[in-house]
Design a binder for this molecule. Structure first.
Ligand code: OSB
Ligand code: MG
Length: 372
């Protein structure tokens, strides 16, 4: 593949309802949409999952734009690409900035699959034709609101319910959900809100038979998580702590978790996501695909990677309509009885709706290989 140009678009999409975690509330999603166009005029699409502010990790929309403009796109333009797997090597001189790397790598994967005329899921080695999905519910004002929302999505058929917890908004909340829904597949995500000092509170969650507790301790930790996992019956799932294959290998070796949430952006792209998936499969660690409040483009990439066989637990890829009044892909992502039918069109398998893209674009810039 020879890339003729890359268009970066700064996007702003209003969420249907604010999404609240232990770090605060979102009302609008700001992100970078990446379009890579080859010499034949074929477009591949990617999405940066970095947020406006660095609460989830150290990256932001602005740092991603900077990394793409000043470092990653010049490396991309240096030479043609035979296979997207080459990009992780080409970018290896740039430390971290995984979400920026994944954004352009994702566009190249889509382009690669489109040139081969096969679905992205298939070029990644996925075989599932349908995937099971769950839903992630943000922190609500009161327990009554939360129970109402749980009821709604259980009724819609989502395959598991995830709720956000933080100190003071945990054991009682989970107890109440369990009282009303004794049998639903349920899990809790702490987004690093606890430390080992809270071990008794976390142990108190064991009685509710959660599928797992996601990222209870610090975002950069795998040592304390190992100590905690040794004391808990509930499996720990790591999210923020896993940035690479090497992180996954070390966490599994230490016993820091029994499940891993793979987010394509957090680990630097689909190539690394697949490596982690394969390693976890060999070591009997089930994985699932996390979410970052993506637009349809990011959602399509998540669906494609989830078709790999060790994505054996429902992920966070909800229907487009959970977050968006109107998505930027056509058709939008639909969930029926907790499953998504994997598209069988080439590449990401959904059409990007350029009219909607334009509507949500705040500014755009086109990059080309320099002429020497
Ligand atoms: O920790 O998984 C997380 C959203 C933003 C940042 C981090 C997380 C989340 C979610 C929602 O839980 C995932 C989604 O529905 O896209
Ligand atoms: Mg999480």
């Amino acid at each position: 593949m020879k890339i003729n140009r890359v268009v970066l678009r700064h996007m702003q999409m209003k969420l249907k309802a604010p999404f609240t975690t232990s770090f605060g509330s979102f009302t609008t999603k700001e992100f970078i949409l990446v379009e890579a166009i080859d010499e034949d005029g074929v477009s591949g699409w990617g999405e940066s999952v970095a947020f406006h502010s660095p609460w989830y990790n150290e990256e932001t929309v602005k740092t991603n734009w900077h990394m793409l403009e000043d470092f990653l796109l010049p490396l991309l333009f240096q030479a043609p690409i035979a296979h997207p797997d080459e990009l992780s090597g080409r970018f290896s001189g740039i430390r971290k900035n995984n979400m920026a790397k994944a954004a352009i790598e994702g566009a190249i994967w889509d382009l690669f699959a489109k040139k081969k005329n096969v679905p992205l899921s298939e070029v990644l080695g996925g075989t599932k034709k349908q995937i099971d999905v769950g839903i992630s519910i943000g922190i609500q004002k009161g327990i009554a609101d939360l129970l109402g929302i749980v009821e709604r999505y259980v009724h819609e058929g989502y395959r598991r319910i995830k709720v956000k917890i933080k100190p003071g908004c945990d054991v009682e909340v989970i107890r109440e959900i369990r009282r009303h829904f004794p049998d639903i597949p349920l899990m809790a995500d702490a987004n690093s809100a606890y430390s080992l000092k809270d071990i008794e509170r976390l142990k108190a969650l064991d009685e509710f038979e959660l599928m797992m507790i996601e990222q209870p301790l610090a975002a950069d930790d795998i040592v304390d998580h190992a100590a905690l996992q040794a004391q808990l019956n509930t499996p720990i799932c790591l999210d923020e702590s896993i940035h690479s294959y090497e992180d996954a290998r070390k966490a599994i070796e230490l016993g820091s978790c029994r499940v891993i949430n793979i987010k394509i952006g957090r680990v630097g792209g689909l190539t690394e996501a697949k490596r982690i998936h394969d390693f976890c499969q060999t070591h009997h660690i089930p994985v699932w695909c996390g979410g970052m409040l993506e637009s349809g483009v990011g959602r399509a990439h998540n669906i494609a990677i989830t078709t790999l066989s060790n994505f054996s637990l429902p992920g966070d890829t909800a229907a487009s309509s959970y977050y968006w009044e109107r998505d930027i892909i056509f058709p939008e992502v639909m969930v029926h009885n907790g499953t998504i039918t994997v598209p069988d069109n080439p590449g990401i398998g959904y059409d990007v709706d350029r009219q909607q893209v334009t509507r949500y674009t705040t500014f755009t810039k086109t990059y080309r290989p320099s002429l020497e």
